[in-house]
Ligand binder design. Structure first.
Ligand SMILES: O=C(O)CCC(=O)C(=O)O
Ligand SMILES: [Fe+2]
Length: 386
């Protein structure tokens, strides 16, 4: 079935997040990769979220960053504040983000989580040049190197970033002191493995959209990749106006999210019926969710739940949706602290967010003004921080 006819027949209705086994992503048989891309397409048209298993990130790298995160956040506040993210006042969005200093949902009072944010940096043991665009998201010392935000979202930059995204330029800030000796290595070890996974996913998304596998290659040479370590206190009362992270969509193409096993906190809004669907942490699996840039690429509007039913109360076909960037939030009432790690993966900043040819037709014209990825992030930062 063609992409557009499948989209017009798909309802953005789901009550669970699909699980996709990535083993076939590296198959040498093209039909295996195509079959996998079909599963990705179906998940993207409905939940906009899916889990991946057999994703290739070794468990020791995950354990390493999880332990590093626990050690970092366990420090006394003064130590963490030494590398405070100065996102609101300076050009650098890197470093520590204290609790309640971001607010993802304007209706809320603030996000309870604290965070630590980095952008691309070579592993300490690596040489400075990266000739293989397959292994690295951006070149070291890239002039436009990104940002992040004290948001549920990652901003970024990258080589080729537009001047307007220059406010996001800056080096990573690393903690020093007791127990922090291996922090940088552990965090970057996971970061690089996750970026490798991101590079495996772009060809699958391209095929899922009916394009050739390499369609994103030239657009993701120094792809923006901001990673955040997040730490959520357990909240006793479930207050809709104070939560770990308020309802939001992510800004990039997609997010790779590790969640601490055993703790339920993440929920995804099903646009078709307005219900919050739990996205539990599954041991060994990562969550992949689509961000707003994919809505632009696919000329998809977020289908608000109040639009999703006909006057008779029937579910509408999701006539607009190809790749859905769905609203999500995290509330930790587990009684235990929770850790998670999103990595926001986008295209290079100078790339125009134009509708992908398979996603527009005479009946389905382009819906968004064409701007660069850098301008788009800049606009989101401005709305969030000014
Ligand atoms: O902590 C989580 O599970 C979600 C985090 C998130 O949505 C974000 O940082 O954008
Ligand atoms: Fe998010």
């Amino acid at each position: 079935m063609s992409l557009l006819s499948e989209a017009s027949e798909t309802q953005a209705l789901f009550d669970r997040i699909p699980v996709i086994d990535l083993t076939r992503a590296t198959s040498t048989t093209p039909s295996d990769r195509q079959a996998l891309a079909k599963e990705v397409r179906s998940a993207c048209m409905t939940a906009g979220f899916f889990y991946v298993t057999n994703h290739g990130i070794p468990k020791p790298k995950i354990d390493g960053v999880f332990n590093a995160s626990k050690t970092f956040f366990a420090q006394e506040e003064g130590r963490k504040m030494e590398i405070r993210n100065q996102g609101r006042t300076t050009s650098n969005f890197k470093g520590y983000v204290p609790p309640l200093s971001s607010n993802n949902d304007p209706k809320n009072k603030g996000d309870l989580h604290e965070g630590f944010c980095i952008g691309y940096e070579a592993l300490p043991s690596e040489s400075t040049s990266h000739s293989s665009s397959k292994s690295m998201p951006r070149q070291e010392s890239a002039p436009g190197q990104e940002s992040a935000s004290s948001q549920g979202e990652g901003g970024e930059g990258g080589e080729g970033a537009t001047t307007s995204s220059a406010k996001t330029v800056g080096d990573n800030l690393w903690p020093s002191g007791d127990g922090m000796d291996t922090f940088r290595q552990d965090v970057l070890g996971y970061y690089h493995a996750a970026v490798g996974l991101g590079r495996t996913l772009f060809p699958l998304f391209a095929m899922a959209l009916g394009m050739e596998e390499g369609w994103f290659d030239g657009k993701t040479r120094n792809a923006a990749a901001i990673m955040r370590l997040l730490h959520y206190p357990s909240q006793e009362v479930r207050d809709e106006r104070v939560m770990g992270i308020g309802a939001h969509t992510d800004w990039e193409c997609f997010t790779i999210l590790w969640q601490q096993p055993g703790i339920q906190a993440l929920q995804v809004l099903s646009p078709a019926d307005g219900k919050w669907v739990d996205a539990p942490a599954i041991e060994g699996a990562l969550v992949i969710n689509l961000g707003d840039q994919f809505m632009r690429w696919t000329s998809t509007f977020l289908l608000a739940h109040f639009e999703a039913r006909t006057e008779d109360g029937d579910l509408r076909a999701n006539v607009d949706g190809i790749f859905q960037s769905n609203v999500h939030r995290a509330i930790n009432t587990s009684g235990a602290e929770r850790y998670s790690i999103p990595l926001f993966f986008g295209t290079d900043y100078d790339v125009l967010l134009e509708p992908i040819p398979s996603c527009v037709s005479g009946e389905r014209p382009a819906k968004y003004e064409v701007i660069t990825a850098g301008e788009f992030i800049q606009e989101r930062l401005r709305k969030t921080y000014m």
